[in-house]
Design a protein around this ligand. Sequence first.
Ligand code: COA
Length: 323
Amino acid sequence: MELVTAQGPILEEILDATFPVWHEGLTRDAYARWNAAQLRTTWGVDHLRRFALLDDRGRWVASAKRYLWPIRLDGVAAVMCGVGAVFTRPEERGQGYGAMIIERLIEQSRREGAAIAGLFSEIGDRFYQRLGFRTVPLDEVDVQVERRNGAPAMLVRSGEQRDLPALASMHATRSADVRFVLRRDPPLIEYALAKKRLLAGLGQGAGSRAQRQTEFFVAEEGASAVAYVLLTVSPSGWTLEEAGDRDPAGARLGAILQVLLAREPSRAAPLIRAWWPPGMPAPPQVRLENRVPARDIFMLRPIADVRIPSRAEEVFYWRSDYF
Ligand SMILES: CC(C)(COP(=O)(O)OP(=O)(O)OC[C@H]1O[C@@H](n2cnc3c(N)ncnc32)[C@H](O)[C@@H]1OP(=O)(O)O)[C@@H](O)C(=O)NCCC(=O)NCCS
């Protein structure tokens, strides 16, 4: 069995086969473009690749995406081998190919320096537990924002490329004391933003399932961003993908949310869901309610001499970095 980068006709076949599972409401053509564009981002070029497992006749039997996520674990910079979109050709299932492509990707990533492997499971935890992965709890909450009469007086504008270093620095400061965290530099944040914007843009006109918008706002002081939010807005509500505030109290982040809600004062407040990291204080204008385990199961496996986190408090991870 051979592990190769999926490209050309093999990639097209894999996209045909995986489209029904992961189309997100896009057309087949837009699905292919969404995948290709992620690989072409500055971050994607170096950190994301799709692999195919070929049998002895050179036919692909399984495929998966492999990310090399920069992380910090117990204060040490390291790399996580992220595995996504694991897929076995339907007629070849149950013969161990799914497990094999995961093991091969992990082994290759370990040789490239990865200390941990991670994934989000859509099929429960049993299959991945057998492969040595353990569930790491992530909390999902409702974000209740205290609504005011009118918007707070504060400059809120659309976020831009030039704001990304400020976002990276807010993330680094806020997550400094947490055991497990992604090291989010501007290219990684740009990738996370591009992935959502592309999905929203490519879904335009493709029907209700694809109806979503990405909103990126910052609060500005002295020409630099001091707080921000990144939201996905869809008919079912808002997802707070990520957020930050230079100040630990988070009052400007709370005020941005109030400004955004004040745009449509007569409408009922949308449901705002977030994976709010426990290490991130809630702003004074915000209550976090209905804390439940996130629907997506996050699982980690050590592949070097490291100890994986086991409690939500030990992890700082935004929905933005779901893969
Ligand atoms: C999940 C998948 C990759 C497994 O591929 P495979 O080559 O059959 O994997 P293996 O032969 O190594 O292991 C088979 C085991 O996968 C597990 N599995 C497969 N589909 C599953 C599902 N929907 N829910 C839970 N477990 C599942 C079962 O435990 C199965 O063992 P069993 O045959 O004894 O019941 C394959 O079923 C697939 O492509 N599914 C569609 C895409 C998908 O859901 N991918 C996972 C995203 S997290």
